[in-house]
Design a binder for this molecule. Structure first.
Ligand code: HEM
Length: 468
């Protein structure tokens, strides 16, 4: 029997104020290795013990002092900013991402990273990105039209819809110039690859060699190959056309370092396009999926967003000039990304001996920054597991430390696509809520599952009813 919320729920935020959205049940204490591994494979967040949610730093005894979870904002700032040159991206990350984005900005370190970041940064300036707003509204309109014709009354997988939507945005903006067939390969290959990464992470922690077989090795290799060969074809075509498509590949091909006159090789462009395909849509799709789930459970916030869009935009097209004024919409998104950070864990490796919080870590130690836990930390947040977008009302949001709420990371390696993602997600959430009502059965409570991005385990079934 359906247990959707009744119209009475629409009016009252009080009725749901004590509702606790789905969360991971942490083990009470650090697990011994033989129990940690199965828990980790099931959901890496299940390997993080309860004390990490209370303490500033936790060093599990099973890792002989060579691994720590850190949650204290001051310590996080040490790792990501103040002592950032003593840490690199990790072997774990390299092992997961190298086959699809090897040589690109995501896994690069030192001078190589700095150079790539300098060349890429101008392409991600807000002024540049706001020019993509019309393409974003076209993708939104396609989705609303599809919902109007094929969905009325039917429960559908909203997480799949969000992946399609953000991929449509990606192919019409950063990947302008790629064909529909290429787009299909990019979407399915990145999705398949990211789904299967936990085995590689666990193997790296156990220091098993890269060639060692596991049940998804073949599938991952095939996906990596499909992604690489599609992007290589795309870049070769862009080069012959003189980088004219206006997409990111073309802009990268044409970009020249003002200091050295150097430009990116085709292989490096391929690696970075792979990076943007992997980092640039699943993350935003998951932010939107969780936001829609939360406001379907707490319809008061659907109404708040709808009122805001009516006030700021009216019934016309959402334009670049409206984005900054969609304050409530952004608050809902930020609270959704606090509870369900699309990138739930960051990692760093000590390059040399370092001291953190009075403890010395040898070179090679693994420092895990569990954003999911930090954003629910008992010492940092009131009612940490509850959904309350008023936390991000402009005056209150200013009071948080920058390493207390950091869905996009922090420091020099902060997400380069942050503005792109925020413009896109704000516009899409506002437009979807103006165009449709969202309902979810009260019994739907998917576990947040870390598979590089934070997915709802088993998907997110919801009902959408478009509005006239
Ligand atoms: C809601 C959406 C997104 C979230 C939550 C997110 C989150 C993050 C986080 C946490 C990092 C830092 C990782 C670390 O320091 O270890 C990061 C880096 C990165 N992100 Fe995003 N991201 C999002 C969207 C995007 C988009 C749309 C793009 C590109 C179009 C993108 C491209 C990148 C790249 C290239 C990096 C690496 C930057 C560097 O190392 O210099 N991301 N992202």
């Amino acid at each position: 029997m359906s247990a959707e919320l009744s119209p009475a729920d629409l009016a009252s935020p009080a009725a749901i104020s004590s509702w606790i959205p789905p969360r991971v049940q942490p083990p009470r204490a650090a697990l011994p290795l033989w129990r940690f591994l199965p828990a980790f494979l099931k959901n890496p967040l299940r390997g993080i013990p309860e004390p990490v949610y209370h303490e500033a730093m936790f060093v599990p005894s099973s890792m002989r002092g060579r691994m720590a979870w850190i949650t204290d904002p001051g310590l996080v700032e040490q790792v990501l900013l103040r002592q950032a040159d003593k840490f690199s991206k990790t072997e774990v990350e390299r092992r997961i991402f190298e086959p699809i984005v090897g040589g690109g900005i995501l896994t690069a370190n030192g001078q190589d990273w700095r150079w790539q970041r300098r060349l890429l940064a101008p392409l991600f300036r807000p002024s540049e990105l706001l020019t993509f707003v019309p393409q974003m509204t076209v993708a939104l309109d396609h989705l609303l039209a599809r919902w109007a014709t094929d969905t009325q009354g039917r429960v559908r997988r909203i997480d799949d819809d969000m992946t399609d939507l953000t991929f449509d945005v990606l192919t019409s903006t950063l990947f302008a110039g790629c064909t529909e067939a290429e787009g299909t390969v990019l979407k399915s290959a990145t999705g398949k690859y990211l789904e299967r990464t936990s085995w590689e992470i666990a193997f790296e922690i156990l220091q098993f060699p890269k060639w060692l077989w596991h049940p998804y090795k073949r599938e991952m290799r095939r996906a990596a190959h499909d992604l690489q060969s599609t992007l290589t074809g795309l870049v070769a075509r862009e080069r012959t056309k003189g980088w004219a498509s206006g997409g990111l590949g073309a802009k990268l091909g044409a970009a020249v370092d003002p200091d050295t006159g150097q430009s990116m090789s085709d292989a490096m462009i391929v690696a970075n396009l792979g990076t943007f395909a992997a980092a640039g849509h699943e993350t935003t799709a998951k932010a939107l999926t969780w936001a829609l789930y939360l406001i379907a459970r707490v319809p008061h916030w659907q109404n708040q967003i709808r009122d805001e869009v009516a006030r700021v935009v009216g019934s016309g097209v959402i334009e670049a000039r409206h984005i900054d004024d969609l304050v409530v919409t952004r608050q809902v998104l930020e609270e959704a990304m606090r509870l369900y950070p699309p990138a739930p864990v960051m990692t760093r490796q000590a390059i040399e001996e370092v001291t953190l919080g009075g403890r010395t870590f040898a070179a090679g130690s693994l420092i895990v920054i569990p954003v999911y836990v930090i954003q629910r930390h008992r010492a940092l947040w009131e009612r940490p597991d509850e959904f309350d977008p008023t936390r991000f009302a402009p005056e209150r949001a200013k009071t948080y430390l920058r390493t207390q709420f950091m869905p996009f990371g922090f420091g020099p390696r902060i997400c380069i696509g942050m503005s792109f993602a925020m413009i896109e997600a704000t516009l899409l959430l506002a437009g979807m809520v103006r165009g449709a009502d969202f309902f979810v059965d009260k019994n739907v409570a998917p576990e947040p599952l870390s598979r590089v991005t934070l997915r709802p385990r088993g998907g997110m079934p919801m009902r959408v009813a478009t509005r006239k």
